[in-house]
Ligand binder design. Structure first.
Ligand SMILES: Cc1cc2nc3c(=O)[nH]c(=O)nc-3n(C[C@H](O)[C@H](O)[C@H](O)COP(=O)(O)OP(=O)(O)OC[C@H]3O[C@@H](n4cnc5c(N)ncnc54)[C@H](O)[C@@H]3O)c2cc1C
Length: 391
């Protein structure tokens, strides 16, 4: 029967990293979960991400606080064995190329240190010794320790396998049906019929907008990435991912100038375990997954400007994914007002690999009738007006 407080059946909509994590943590709590996916696991943003598990890339405030907890959970799940072999611990090195970037970077480093992050400033000879491949014009580097990297689709696969829940593939949820009183969701509607449950979690990335009636608040944010051929010695010369200060500025533009902005470039050069480099990425107000020469060319030119030896490598692959951004720059996590059994976890923009496992655990607590462990009030779904939630 639908809508029973304390009931044990849950429908999770979406098998990206957030839905997969939610499914895993709910299963551990003894819930009977049905995981319904429009296409295939990790077929959207979670399968097209870089994979930085990073506090350094967050603005001070609720996202930085959440990211600290997100990394701590990655380490905990690695210790427990669930993420064995999947989480690579490494620093993030943020670099500034001119006076204004130096000023922004110094301010950001102070904020990170204020949150307890370990970091060190590198200039002059110390910078050249630590980062021999970085261009001589780079003025300042800040190495932020205790960060990491994980590949989104591997995390999704691990969560789903460990949960023991079969994924119901190729089964888009077309709407949510309310009970007669309109106080609970009674069923998720699919082409195969109505799926009833006690609780419903919408973790459908960009597909959440229609299901939650939040199309006004959500925006697609395309990102293009490039992968080089292997160059293990060069990759080993970088202690971790190299992030231009402009990356932060490109992210910030989403929050401050979302509607008006077009295409932004925020350069990150990530040395992968394979010895390849992942170079990203754009932020574009578009919803397609194509690549274009202009974007790829500018990403490569930016990367070579920061690390000249990359010019010797061939780019062997370009791909793109679509992030789901929210108008105010914060995700949507929590119970949906007006329904006692409907929860949302979506809109993680470029941070969902870092935050997905944590948010899945938080949502499992809410479904279980417990308070969240993290202050999720800034992420409350009720901060936006909803339209046409229920079919
Ligand atoms: C280019 C790029 C680089 C990125 N780099 C990083 C990074 O370095 N670090 C980081 O932390 N994050 C990064 N991200 C962001 C991260 O990938 C996302 O925030 C995260 O994957 C979102 O996970 P999700 O589960 O919310 O959504 P998704 O992965 O989009 O999954 C949602 C799932 O729901 C399904 N679905 C949609 N609608 C329906 C429906 N109606 N019924 C059933 N199923 C439905 C979809 O098919 C999909 O499988 C990046 C993203 C991109 C695109």
């Amino acid at each position: 029967m639908a809508g029973i407080i304390g009931g044990k059946s849950v429908v999770v909509v979406g098998a990206g990293i957030v839905g997969a994590a939610t499914t895993y943590f709910l299963s551990k709590r003894g819930f009977h979960v049905r995981l319904i996916e429009a296409s295939a696991p990790a077929s959207a943003a979670s399968g097209a991400a870089d994979g930085a598990v990073s506090v350094a890339s967050k603005r001070p405030g609720p996202m930085m606080t959440a990211a600290l907890r997100g990394i701590a959970l990655y380490r905990e799940l690695e210790r427990e064995g669930l993420f064995a072999g999947l989480f690579k611990s490494r620093p993030t090195v943020m670099v500034a190329e001119n006076d204004s970037e130096v000023e922004s970077l110094l301010g950001h480093a102070a904020a990170l240190a204020g949150e307890g992050m370990r970091l060190r400033h590198l200039e002059g000879d110390a910078l050249r010794r630590r980062l021999p491949g970085v261009a001589p014009h780079v003025r300042l580097a800040v190495e932020v320790f205790d960060e990491g990297h994980a590949i989104g689709y591997e995390i999704v696969r691990r969560f789903i396998a460990a949960s023991g829940v079969p994924v119901e593939r190729d089964s888009p949820v077309t709407g949510l049906a309310a009970n007669d009183a309109g106080t609970s969701v009674a069923a998720a509607l699919t082409a195969g019929g109505a799926v009833e449950a006690d609780h419903f979690v919408v973790a459908a990335g960009g597909g959440s907008a229609a299901l939650l009636g939040l199309s006004e608040a959500m925006r697609p944010r395309k990102g293009q990435l490039v992968v080089t051929e292997r160059a293990p010695a060069l990759a080993a010369s970088l202690p971790g991912s190299l992030m231009s200060c402009r990356y932060l500025l490109s992210k910030d533009a989403i929050r401050t100038a979302g509607e008006a902005s077009g295409r932004r470039f925020g350069l990150v050069i990530d040395p992968l375990r394979t010895g390849q480099f992942l170079i990203g990425g754009t932020r574009e107000d578009r919803d397609d997954t194509g690549n274009d020469h202009d974007a790829v060319g500018r990403l490569l030119a930016g990367a070579v400007r920061l690390m000249p030896a990359l010019a010797r490598l061939r780019a062997i692959r370009a791909f793109a994914g679509v992030r789901t951004a929210i108008r105010d720059g914060l995700p949507i996590v929590g119970r949906v007002p007006g329904f006692d059994n409907l929860f949302a976890a979506a809109g993680f923009e470029g941070d969902g690999i870092c935050l997905g496992p944590l948010m899945g655990r938080e949502v499992s607590r809410l479904v279980g009738g417990e308070a969240a462990d993290l202050d999720i009030a800034p992420f409350a779904p009720g901060r936006f007006e909803r339209r046409n939630l229920v079919a």
